[in-house]
Design a protein around this ligand. Sequence first.
Ligand code: ADP
Ligand code: MG
Length: 263
Amino acid sequence: MTSGPKVITIANQKGGVGKTTTAINLATALAAIGERVLVIDVDPQGNASTGLGIERDNRTVSAYEILLGEAPVSEAAIATAVPGLSIVPSTMDLLGIEMEIATASDRVFRLRNALSQPDTRRFTYVIIDCPPSLNLLTLNAMAAAHSVLVPLQCEFFALEGLSQLLKTVEQIRGSVNPGLAIQGIVLTMYDGRNNLANQVVDDVRAYMGDAVYNTVIPRNVRLSEAPSYGKPAILYDLQCAGSQAYLNLASEVIQRERGAKAA
Ligand code: ADP
Ligand code: MG
């Protein structure tokens, strides 16, 4: 897969930790830096699709058709308002996919197979937004990825959830994707006035070391407003602290990819 795009899966089995916000804004930031980026929305809730301005009526070919093997990525990818950023949208049909491909021997590899086709080579990065569970959709995303990026909310149970996710990554390495790396862990919704948040940041850094990005995403109301306008925050308000943080995160992600290539 060396000539294809870098595939990064955004995963955390917990809901509401900033996966989708990270997928949308990291992808936009990468595109702003000049990368050619594809977001794949495999969450049936479709928040990444909505947040990138794709109306439900326009989601005619989606991640569902890709997982069924009925359409190639190029047919499902839709251009967004962000130059250099496309998205494969999600539909509610994804709720039924588990049943539909349950007995197929390649059920975990459907997304990987689709991404290994030549039509994905026009992208330099693929960012996959996962549902808040470790189901077949998340497994497909992890089997297809070079690395996992984990958003972690600065709250009391953060570390507990993290160890569960790291166990899953270990299992994936031992089975379907031996090369799966941790791209990094990003602390989200950080509020510096909250002592507990500071404690969580210290604990996660002590436990995970260099895996944690230097960039911390602040709690920022602009980040939560932007999706209701169908825009990534970076288009909605470039100067806000949230947008600036995601631009910094994108530089760190690119630096790590270059480092991984050189190593
Ligand atoms: P997930 O995809 O993990 O469920 P989301 O990215 O959808 O999480 O975030 C959950 C909610 O929190 C959303 O309403 C989102 O707009 C909001 N949110 C996410 N990150 C931030 C942030 N840094 N500051 C403020 N609100 C945020
Ligand atoms: Mg989400």
